[in-house]
Design a protein around this ligand. Structure first.
Ligand SMILES: Cc1cc2nc3c(=O)[nH]c(=O)nc-3n(C[C@H](O)[C@H](O)[C@H](O)COP(=O)(O)OP(=O)(O)OC[C@H]3O[C@@H](n4cnc5c(N)ncnc54)[C@H](O)[C@@H]3O)c2cc1C
Ligand SMILES: NC(=O)c1ccc[n+]([C@@H]2O[C@H](COP(=O)([O-])OP(=O)(O)OC[C@H]3O[C@@H](n4cnc5c(N)ncnc54)[C@H](OP(=O)(O)O)[C@@H]3O)[C@@H](O)[C@H]2O)c1
Length: 436
């Protein structure tokens, strides 16, 4: 059956899904169904107050790690009253405003909140979406379900399973972290030196007896100004029975550890995907989350069937403007104006041995500057080569000014972090928990 107007389903109304909705409304005449399992839009930034079970990677005292000028969507600045590094409530309000401005008023979009997509399947040339006991057939799908939802914890570490069986409450992932209050007077080990690990270590240092920060490269930590924190090497073994001890790679042993917070990152998961699953998640990942996706051209379109696209798979990028740029490319792909080269599906099924795959997988979607800038420019070049000048929506262009801002924002955040570390030291001296 062909529909008179083609339809796109967008799974997820976080920044990626909202950006896709805005761009598809502007640059195509497709109808849109926007599915969001939460009661509101915003993705990880939607942080309902007093929710009984927090189920998001967000936490109470969080400010952005990008300055507001670079973080913003195209032509939609943060309010002047928001600080240079807005806090999470500013971002939540900003995403609401974006939704109310570009998406909600448009009658071509059907927004379904509280609607979890349970199953996505290609049947007779249409994508079938099962959500909340109803079936919707569409022509194209944008998956924007985020990838900071399924925690990665190194379960292979000797002693970890036994530790959990003895004291499950003493082990948590950063996804479950809300504030530092539960750590008062405790010895805490925080693992991981991403944004979560470094920020949570600093926050916990205001209440804990002592914080150990386990990282892969100690030279990349800077705790001289905060004597409540000691940077240590990675963990080789845990031994709950012997003084709750943790042996480190350098041979030293930490004892009497009350809490371990694994700020060790996240896995990709597409639990609803039925068609093409082994090609996308890898042959050995049939029902499990994965560390990367396969057969995805330019980090966004499924090579074997480009009616399926993915938003914001990449890490270490500037997500909001990138999501719009990616969506502008997706429009061209879905309209058939931009051809996706087939990859033959080799990588996921036979191209890599399991050990090669494990090693290369972790950083496959990581685009550390300047790679992120190059990637945005690649996408823009594709648009420029495919008659995009007259498209009503124009993404942020990664010109010299944006590139310079990308470098500046890192340096500015480093300075800001020094202040946050100094503040933490003062809170500790005043016996106060961390706040922004
Ligand atoms: C703690 C933390 C701090 C961050 N700080 C910054 C920052 O300072 N600056 C910055 O730019 N970025 C930051 N990020 C990155 C952040 O992920 C992006 O800003 C942005 O939220 C990514 O958008 P997304 O739409 O891809 O994913 P998400 O925000 O995760 O949104 C995905 C949405 O999909 C929905 N969904 C998932 N599965 C389904 C389903 N089956 N059916 C229906 N709906 C579904 C989810 O409910 C969610 O609303 C931070 C991330 C975290 C975790
Ligand atoms: N606005 C903010 O301030 C803020 C705060 C928190 C999070 N975020 C965002 O949230 C997203 C997720 O960040 P994240 O920090 O949770 O995840 P992440 O960026 O994936 O970082 C995970 C960290 O864990 C480390 N790690 C993994 N296994 C380890 C082990 N066994 N021992 C020691 N270290 C180990 C990794 O080190 P290797 O890379 O060396 O393996 C990496 O540094 C990012 O987009 C981030 O920018 C932002």
């Amino acid at each position: 059956m062909t529909r008179s107007v083609e339809k796109v389903a967008i799974i997820g109304a976080g920044p990626g899904g909202l950006a896709a909705a805005r761009v598809f409304l502007a640059n195509s005449n497709f109808d849109i169904v926007l599915y969001e399992r939460s009661q509101n839009v915003g993705g990880v930034w939607y942080y309902p107050p007093n929710a009984p079970h927090k189920d998001t990677a967000m936490y109470d005292e969080l400010e952005t790690n990008l300055c507001k000028e670079i973080m913003q969507f195209s032509g939609f600045p943060f309010p002047e009253t928001a600080p240079t590094f807005p806090n999470r409530t500013h971002v939540e309000d900003y995403l609401q405003a974006y939704f109310h401005t570009f998406i909600e008023p448009n009658s071509r979009v059907d927004v379904r909140l509280g609607c979890n997509v349970e199953r996505l399947e290609k049947i007779n040339g249409s994508w079938h979406i099962y959500a909340k006991h109803s079936l919707q057939a569409v022509d194209y799908v944008v998956v924007a379900n985020g990838h900071f939802d399924v925690p990665y914890i190194p379960w292979h570490l000797p002693g970890l399973e036994q530790w959990i069986s003895q004291d499950p409450m003493s082990i948590l992932h950063s996804k479950g972290f809300e504030s530092c209050k539960f750590c008062r007077g405790k010895n805490v080990l925080v693992v991981g030196n991403g944004s979560s690990g470094s920020d949570i270590t600093n926050q916990v240092s205001t209440t804990a007896n002592h914080v150990f920060h386990s990282v892969t490269d100690i030279s990349k930590t800077n705790w001289e100004a905060n004597t409540a924190v000691t940077a240590v090497t990675t963990i080789s073994e845990l031994d709950y029975a012997h003084e709750r001890s943790v042996r480190l790679q350098d041979g030293s042993i930490l004892t009497h550890i009350d809490y371990i917070i694994w700020a060790t990152g996240y896995m990709y998961d597409l639990p609803f995907l039925r068609s093409y699953r082994p090609l996308i998640l890898g042959a050995d990942c049939d029902s499990k989350p994965a560390r990367r996706l396969y057969n995805v051209w330019e980090q966004l379109a499924f090579t074997e069937d480009p009616t399926l696209a993915f938003s914001l798979l990449c890490k270490n990028v500037v997500p909001f403007p990138l999501a719009e740029l990616q969506a502008a490319v997706m429009v061209k792909v879905f309209k058939g104006e931009l051809e996706v080269p087939p990859s033959g599906g080799q990588a996921a099924l036979s191209g890599e041995s399991p050990s090669d795959a494990a090693n290369s997988s972790k950083n496959y979607h990581s685009l550390i500057t300047p790679r992120d800038i190059e990637y945005c420019r690649e996408l823009q070049a594709l648009l420029d080569a495919h008659d995009s000048a007259d498209d009503p929506f124009q993404p942020v262009r990664w010109d010299e000014r944006m590139a310079a801002l990308r470098y500046q924002t890192g340096a500015m955040k480093q300075e800001r972090t020094k202040l946050l570390v100094k503040n933490a030291k003062e809170f500790r001296e005043q016996n106060q928990p961390y706040r922004l």
